[in-house]
Design a protein around this ligand. Structure first.
Ligand code: MCN
Length: 777
């Protein structure tokens, strides 16, 4: 029975709710040692000397490891994502070393690893370490970093330019010349952190008898980590098992990062012959887990008198932090996603990625798409105002028409393919959102009445696309067990996305079993050898399609085995409720478990070409990504005195193709919006001029609480993707992407800022920052 589209509860929840699910910190092993790191207190400094003798002498300390102790293992980490094939681009690769030997380039960079019998002892021993530093000027401000005389993050480079990429199509100069209106603004988006509930962690155990290393890791990409660790440690892949068990949120920064801690803990376990554990504390998380978001855009839009876009020009600076192992995914996403749901005949976009003395920047839920959506949607808001057009109308006039798909955007995307939207239909999404939020009534009645009563109510309405489901591939193995249950293993890991249910639905649909009888394993390299990882909202599209393909093959095997058993044609068989019977004879059914037994032939029963088992492994690699889309609409009230927002209504209309599980999808959207609200109105990392992070705690870095996250109403439209057999598009980041743009528009509307000549051109805001802005008028 097809369970798609039904809000089925999650298979994984009972164990999570009962506290029975394994997380990395739950791994306890005999003789377990504990790690703490001595980290750089400076954003930029030469390490002159390092004295670890007192730490080594402390009772209970087993080892203190410095760069010098690592020998040949002291190597910069790998380049994880190469630069895109854009002609004329510049890319300066600088990857991080596991421990600082000469120069620290951001606060919190690991300098020494202390391994002790307990975490307490290790923490105390860190206090025994003495380092002598020569501090250097810290690079933080993006424009100052490129100005003559700036200090260099990497002195050998002689520049702070990490990359330059120019993508253009059409003739923007001609577009601007012929335009009725040209608008230019500077937009800024500042840094934030991802703040998963579970911080990072690694446990490693070397088993000399099995000649194998087992690593429990909070990674989003266990197979990539397995392959990398094997190469670094001189082992074959067979000798390394990486398990990414249950993970309390990843959101991007737990990708295949080869963080220093991630490569050092397994090395230590092998060297010491004892299991070793490191669990990141919250303070470390702020300094050493990657961040996102800091960009400055100088953007220009040219329109005709009817509000049709003629062209867009954008030049932006992107803060890549101290190293750039993750390549240009984030700024490329900004560059591509800016085009949004719209026809943009001429596009000229250039970005410069800049090294700074700050924590590394890698994708975080949305991964640069926020910035693109913010710039585009803000430009449309400003243009609508200038042209006297309604904000919904200017968007409608520029939508890519429904009959124009696949729609080639003429730029290279993060997967290095030409960005082409596979399918979509944007007007029905907008119409649904307008109806759901009560747009006409709000403009005509609700807002004027509120204003008359002295209340500051505003409405936000923004559109976005989400590039999802990129390759290269994922695989899945489906197997009918003799118990009658079905197992599915795939190479991606899960951090809370509900894969154990959604993928079970995909398999159950083909094999006619209850989805509770499909046991899904993700994130264990012993269970599935190949894979890439969970990011870019690609799980449903890529791993889901692989599961579908594998289940289809198993279905054929089930029917073939049953046909032999019943001595009938396969077409005469019915597969349902975990059994097969001949049509019209339901009382003589054979269970899948029994068929699995028959598919394991005994002596004498094997014919040439027989493959045992009701099992199959399949792979799926899409030619390019599937483009999801949506509209968020919100009504928000601001307290006139404190400028604290209260969201009164929040509507999401979303198109992610075929919906596998609406309950999971709702959770994904809700979580994304919650993070989006944080990114828009609460969360901002604050630094001083020396590169010191000033608010590295949850007391100072405010994240939204349950009280700040509103109830949301969710609606869908469906344009199935033609690029995969399920017709799905991803959904994992959609909630977070447009919220900054939405807040900016709603704030202007609520506080009637345009009437006072004030525009919201920056994110994130806070009541305090908003107050400063409103004092300008
Ligand atoms: N889904 C569905 N129907 C669709 C699309 C998706 O039912 N048409 C379901 C999927 O089957 C899956 C879930 O929604 O169970 C998310 O699917 P997808 O959009 O494919 O995203 P991924 O599985 O690739 O997960 C990654 C994505 C990203 S990029 C971030 S960041 C993010 C997110 O998922 N991080 C998360 N959601 C998260 N949710 C939790 N709880 N924790 C994180 O770290």
């Amino acid at each position: 029975m097809n369970s798609f589209g039904r809000p089925l509860t999650r298979n994984e929840d009972p164990r999570l709710l009962r506290g029975e699910a394994l997380f990395v910190d739950d791994v306890e092993l005999p003789g377990l040692l504990h790690v703490t790191f001595f980290r750089s207190p400076h954003a930029h400094a030469h390490l002159l000397s390092l004295d670890v003798s007192a730490a080594r002498a402390r009772a209970g300390v087993v080892a203190v490891v410095t760069a010098a102790d690592l020998g040949d293992y002291w190597q910069p980490g790998p380049l994880l994502v190469p630069p895109p094939p854009v002609p004329g681009m510049v890319f300066n690769q600088r990857c991080q070393v596991p421990l600082v030997r000469d120069t620290a380039r951001h606060v919190g960079e690991p300098v020494a690893m202390v391994i002790a019998e307990s975490r307490y002892i290790a923490e105390d021993a860190v206090g025994d370490i003495f380092a002598e530093w020569e501090t250097l000027p810290a690079v933080g401000d993006l424009e100052a970093a490129l100005a003559p005389g700036a200090a260099f993050v990497h002195a050998d480079l002689g520049t702070n330019v990490a990359a330059e990429v120019h993508q253009a199509r059409g003739d923007y100069v001609a577009a601007a010349r012929s335009a009725h209106l040209v608008l230019k603004r500077r937009f800024t988006y500042d840094r934030g952190a991802s703040i998963p509930m579970e911080t990072r962690g690694v446990v490693a155990q070397w088993d000399p008898r099995a000649d194998r290393l087992t690593v429990w890791d909070t990674t989003q990409a266990p197979v990539v980590i397995r392959n990398g660790l094997a190469a670094m440690l001189g082992l074959s892949e067979r000798q390394v098992r990486v398990v990414a068990p249950n993970i309390g949120g990843g959101f991007g920064p737990k990708m295949m990062m080869f963080y220093p801690e991630e490569v050092l803990v397994p090395w230590a376990a092998m060297r010491l012959g004892r299991p070793v554990k490191w669990i990141e504390d919250r303070l470390e998380h702020f300094f050493s887990t990657t961040h996102e978001r800091s960009q400055i855009h100088d953007a220009e839009i040219a329109l005709d008198a009817s509000g049709k876009i003629l062209g867009i020009k954008d030049e932006f600076l992107h803060d890549t932090g101290a190293y750039d192992p993750y390549g240009l995914t984030v700024p490329l996403n900004s560059q591509c996603t800016l085009l949004g749901c719209y026809v943009v005949p001429a596009y000229d976009s250039r970005f410069t990625a800049v090294f700074t003395n700050r924590t590394l920047v890698t994708p975080y839920r949305g991964a640069g798409r926020q910035h693109g959506v913010f710039v585009m949607e803000r430009l449309l808001d400003l243009a609508a105002r200038e042209l006297g057009l309604d904000r919904a109308e200017i968007r409608r006039r520029n939508f890519i028409p429904a009959d124009a798909f696949p729609f080639d955007q003429g730029v290279i995307y993060q997967d290095f393919s030409q960005l082409s939207y596979d399918s979509g239909d944007y007007e029905p999404i907008l119409d649904k959102a307008l109806a759901a939020i009560g747009y006409d009534d709000f403009v005509a009645r609700v807002q004027p009445a509120a204003r008359a009563a002295g209340r500051s109510l505003g409405l936000g309405l923004v559109c976005y696309v989400e590039g999802t489901g990129i390759g290269p591939y994922e695989g899945a193995k489906v197997q009918v067990q003799s118990s009658g249950k079905v197992s599915l293993a795939t190479g991606i890991g899960s951090q809370g996305q509900g894969h154990a249910t959604a993928f079970a639905q995909v398999v159950a649909e083909q094999l006619g079993v209850d989805l509770r009888d499909v046991e899904v394993t993700t994130g264990d390299t012993d269970q599935f050898y190949w894979g890439v990882g969970t990011f870019a909202s690609r799980g449903a599209v890529v791993a889901g399609s692989a599961a579908h393909e594998a289940a289809k093959v198993v279905r054929q095997k089930v029917l073939r085995t049953a046909a032999a058993h019943f001595e009938c044609a396969e077409e005469d068989l019915v597969l349902a409720d975990g059994k097969v019977h001949v049509a019209g004879v339901p009382d003589h059914a054979i269970t899948l478990g029994k068929l699995a037994g028959l598919a394991n032939p005994m002596r004498g029963a094997v014919t040439p070409g027989t493959e045992p088992g009701l099992e199959a492994t399949s792979y799926f690699g899409p030619a390019s990504g599937a483009t999801a889309s949506g509209v968020h609409a919100m009504i928000v009230e601001f307290d006139a005195g404190t400028l604290r927002p209260t969201i009164l209504d929040y509507v999401v209309v979303h198109d992610c193709g075929t919906v596998i599980n609406p309950l999971i999808l709702a959770g994904q959207i809700h979580g994304g919006v919650a993070q989006g609200i944080g990114n828009a109105f609460f969360e901002q990392l604050a630094w001083d001029e020396n590169g010191q992070l000033l608010n590295a705690s949850l007391a100072d870095y405010l994240i939204p609480t349950a009280l700040d996250v509103p109830r949301m109403r969710l609606e869908h439209t469906v344009t199935p993707s033609p690029l995969n057999p399920l017709g799905v598009k991803g959904a994992g980041e959609a909630g977070a992407i447009p919220v900054g743009a939405l807040f900016a528009q709603a704030i202007e509307d609520a506080l009637d800022l345009p009437a006072r000549g004030i525009e919201i051109l920056e994110m994130p805001l806070s009541p305090c920052r908003l107050w400063e802005i409103t004092q300008r008028g």
